[in-house]
Ligand binder design. Structure first.
Ligand code: PDD
Length: 286
């Protein structure tokens, strides 16, 4: 079955979707994106993703090419057209092109490029990795200073993922001024004496939609949450560690820089949070 994608108002077979070589997303990484999870044919936390998208656009003074209802309908149509049970929907908006390369933004009124595609991932919520946990390495955080904006400039995170692969690991946690910022494509957490510790919001990390939901569920379950920066040394001495993202949900981290975290197996708090997150998100899916 050929995948149907969305581009600027049209639903097309993926090989018929074409954009200009002058598109600023391609030349300047001048664009933003969102990744929304589909479970059981329904969207998880669509409202959260739509809200963050709006913020990313406004921080970059980019026009919004479609409203909330239109975006929701496009997501749903792609789920239908591609018969997605479990998977992801990738949405990207770039500043488009006025037909040449220029550092200055194109004239006002130049249409943005709006593109979405699906990735089918049957059984996404029952990933075997969650049973085993993942291994991470630490690397310096060499990204730009506005990581709160979800831009498509993902070269350093890609390099980080490759460094992790080369080291026989699954991901990298990035370190700045001695403190963990986040994973290459996820937020980072440790658990010490029953307290869940994760970096506070700011320009240094992406404000994860999964993070917001997980912290809400944790507080509702009377777990203690501390939103503050933590050091690599604290992480190495933690009882448990985990990451969150739209695609990984809550994923235990069992090793950091070759050192076992806690028992070296997924811990009870991370496992419970994963269960709660998946159950509650499924219930609220649209
Ligand atoms: N990544 N931090 C970074 C740097 C991210 O790229 C992501 C998401 C997150 C988690 O955000 P959320 O919970 O809203 O997915 C944190 C997506 C999944 C990606 O790039 O594929």
């Amino acid at each position: 079955m050929t995948r149907i994608v969305y581009l600027n108002g049209d639903y097309l077979p993926e090989n018929e979707a074409k954009i200009s070589i002058f598109d600023r997303g391609f030349l300047m990484a001048d664009g933003v994106y969102e990744v929304t999870t589909v479970l059981g044919g329904k969207l998880l936390d669509f409202a959260g993703h739509a809200k963050r998208l709006e913020r990313s656009l406004s921080e970059l003074e980019m026009d919004k090419p479609a409203g909330f209802d239109d975006l929701l309908e496009i997501h749903r149509e792609l789920v239908r057209a591609n018969d997605i049970e479990d998977g992801l929907i990738y949405l990207q908006i770039t500043r488009g092109s006025d037909g040449d390369r220029d550092f200055a933004y194109p004239a006002a009124g130049t249409p943005a490029t709006l593109m979405l595609f699906t990735q089918s991932k049957p059984g996404l919520a029952t990933s075997p990795a969650a049973q085993k946990g993942i291994k991470v390495i630490s690397i310096p955080d060499q990204r730009w200073g506005r990581r709160d904006i979800k831009t498509v400039q993902l070269l350093y995170p890609s390099m980080g993922k490759m460094m992790a692969k080369t080291a026989g690991c699954d991901d990298a946690w990035m370190i700045e001024d001695g403190h963990v910022t986040e994973g290459t494509s996820n937020n980072a957490y440790i658990i010490k004496n029953g307290r869940i510790i994760t970096r506070h919001l700011g320009n240094e990390i992406l404000h994860g939609i999964t993070r917001a939901a997980v912290l809400r569920f944790a507080r509702e379950a009377q777990m203690e949450v501390e939103e503050r920066a933590f050091t690599l040394a604290e992480a190495l001495a933690a009882d448990e560690a985990f990451i969150t993202s739209a695609s990984a949900f809550v994923m235990p981290v069992v090793e950091i820089d070759g050192v076992a975290v806690g028992s070296g197996a997924p811990g009870p708090v991370a496992s419970r949070l994963r269960e709660i997150y998946i159950d509650e998100s499924r219930k609220a899916a649209v």
